[in-house]
Design a protein. Sequence first.
Length: 184
Amino acid sequence: MALTRAMTHSGEVLQWQALGRSGPVLDKHSTGGVGDKVSLMLAPMLAACGAVVPMISGRGLGHTGGTLDKLQALPGYCIDPPREQLLGVLRDCGCAIVGAGANLAPADRRLYAVRDVTATIESVPLITASILSKKLAAGLQGLVLDGGAMARSWPAATRPARWPATSCVWPAAWACPPPRWSPT
């Protein structure tokens, strides 16, 4: 919990009151593999229902490409827009899938690079802190963790039935409100 909290507060924690939208600020996380099927559909659906979805995504480690790796391959897609542009997109559309940028959980970016070269990509505590530091620094009012996808994608040696999801729920319990785990 201490690592997650320290990484979350290693930079800016976003505030959305000045955005001018009244809906809740929501996101989800699943480490479901290489498809990115849920994120690309869920963000606009939640926005259509009035939610604000500043989906802070990450790059892939190991053999999978992360959501940002795939989106960056699209000509013209900006994964790290200036703050004013991000706010404008969220104000107009209600959702955006972007990277953390330089000021959001910068400790995660440093640890990400270290994990890649020290064979600690599969370290559950480091995975947990990485996921949650970015999500919590986004200033969310609600976070859903897709437990089924998370359980299938984490290393077999560390994957007792609910370990991946609960490893994310407990460190985030100090967030307000705490995330919800959804077994799928």
